[in-house]
Design a protein around this ligand. Structure first.
Ligand code: AMP
Ligand code: MG
Length: 478
């Protein structure tokens, strides 16, 4: 399809007007394309021949006149670091409509009613991070919002310094957040709350639409999805950094990429967000915060369903999380059936990795190729003894496996990525982009889409993070 043939849909605008505010994007000056995602273009039925046209840049800049264009910002509340903020909303993301049930948002397209003191803009470095990272999560098989394209401009945006203004056109099957429900519950707008629940069900859980108990079943699905998402984050070593309830997706997706990080050396207490002084959103706390956030959602849904019933559903979270996590961890260490001692073997492993400061991703990739020769694994840590002792237990456990070492290797290489986009890699892409060179953005994008393949030319990025870049914290400013 050509861009001028697009007809946009706006199902969210059928909700009560309290849910959104109509606002037009404020375009960037002299915009230019940095990168476009062909896979997303095909999901949206946009011809790949359209991606290098001037019209495409105008589209991402929010100024291409399209049939059905009716842009708006969504209203929501949220618990930020445990404190309730009654009104947040899209302060810099403007929804421009839906194609094939994918909702498109321009992040950084200017102020909205919900901008508070913010400028409604996004700077290049944070846009590059979100653009690449959302694709990387998808490449790893983790549910996430995605992005069609990123543009730069001559627009100057002030953070600590003047920086380049940029827009990411991001897409998602849902942009509804836990905090969207909290907004209406807090304002006691129960009709709107119910309309929102019906909307979220039709958008993300359509199989529940005609069920009698649809709201309780809806909550049960969100609990299950959130538990699965947390298990995926923990297994791959992803620290989100700002797990406020306004950054939690009702569809169980990873949303709102800020000061996130992949683990470098394994550290369960790692905190990627430097404003998070107490470590509320540390790596190891994420599964518990997932539950805390679900409890906030539960309170918001209480006007629609009996609280006791919601609470019963929430009680399943811990088991759902543990089951999902253990399944992934068994796959990561190549166990083909479960045994009661697996939790202790895995906890023992994490104690070993933490003590030895071993790179999380490199360890599992190296373990995938383990055939009894310990040399490569031992060389990852500072001392040999703890790793040798864990490997003794592992060797014993492998004897219960029914598949061969060769099969184990094939399976493990499919779940243990060779590459994750660590922050130092993203920073290399950003530093080059600041000098007008977008080639590393392209290279990381290719790796992001296919993190299990060898990519021999990028071997250095598969190794432990260089020491000076390990386990750093990032600022929220974006
Ligand atoms: P975040 O931490 O990115 O999830 O953002 C929290 C809230 O602040 C959301 O309501 C955002 O829309 C809003 N926000 C963040 N940055 C800006 C900005 N530069 N201008 C306006 N609103 C912003
Ligand atoms: Mg947010």
């Amino acid at each position: 399809m050509k861009l001028n043939e697009i007809t946009l849909d706006n199902p969210y605008l059928s909700l009560p007007s309290e849910c959104y505010d109509r606002v037009k994007p404020s375009p960037l000056n002299k915009p230019f394309l940095i990168h476009a995602n062909r896979n997303i273009a095909s999901i949206l039925d946009i011809g790949t021949d359209q991606l290098d046209t001037e019209e495409f840049v105008s589209f991402v800049n929010g100024v291409l006149p399209l049939s059905g264009f009716d842009s708006f910002a969504m209203c929501y509340a949220g618990h930020q670091f445990g404190h309730f903020v009654p009104r947040l909303g899209d302060g810099r993301a403007i929804n421009i409509g839906t194609i094939n049930r994918q909702h498109m948002q321009l992040k950084g397209a200017g102020q909205t009613k919900y901008s508070r003191s913010g400028d409604g803009r996004a700077v290049l470095r944070s846009s590059i991070r979100e653009y690449l990272m959302s694709e990387a999560m998808h490449g790893l098989g983790i549910e996430t919002t995605r992005a069609l394209a990123i543009i730069g401009s001559e627009h100057k945006v002030f953070r600590e310094l003047w920086e380049m203004g940029s827009v990411v056109l991001r897409v998602s099957p849902s942009w509804v957040r836990f905090g969207t429900f909290e907004y209406f519950a807090h304002k006691k707008l129960y009709k709107e709350l119910e309309a929102l629940a019906d909307y979220a069900i039709s958008e993300s859980y359509p199989h529940l639409q005609d069920k009698q108990d649809k709201y309780i079943l809806f909550f049960a699905e969100v609990v299950k999805k959130t538990a699965a998402l947390m298990a995926n984050w923990q297994a791959v070593g992803f620290n989100h950094g700002v797990m406020n309830t306004d950054n939690m997706s009702i569809a169980g997706l990873t949303i709102d990429y800020g000061p996130f990080a992949f683990l470098d050396a394994y550290d369960s207490g790692y905190i990627c967000n430097h404003t998070d002084r107490g470590g509320r959103y540390s790596f190891g706390n994420q599964p518990a915060v997932g539950e805390w956030n679900l409890r906030a959602l539960m309170m918001a849904l209480a006007p629609l369903v009996k609280l006791e019933r919601l609470n019963e559903v929430l009680e399943d979270y811990a088991q759902l999380y543990t089951d999902a996590y253990m399944k992934l961890m068994r796959e990561k260490i190549g166990l083909d059936k479960s045994s009661n001692d697996d939790i202790s073997l895995i906890e023992y492993l994490f104690g070993t990795l933490q003590g030895l400061a071993v790179d999380y991703t490199e360890f599992f990739r190296t373990l995938s190729k383990y055939d009894g020769d310990r040399k490569n694994l031992l060389s990852l840590g500072l001392y040999h003894k703890p790793m040798n002792e864990w490997l003794d237990s592992y060797d014993e456990r492998l004897e219960l496996n029914s598949y061969t070492q060769a099969q184990r290797k094939i399976n493990m290489l499919q779940i243990n990525p060779k590459y994750v986009l660590k922050n130092y890699m993203l920073q290399e892409a950003i530093d080059a982009a600041d000098n007008g060179d977008y080639s590393i953005v392209g290279q990381l994008f290719d790796i992001a889409q296919d993190p299990y393949s060898e990519h021999k030319e990028h071997e250095r990025w598969s190794k432990a993070t260089p020491e000076q870049h390990r386990n750093q914290k990032l600022s929220c400013s974006s």
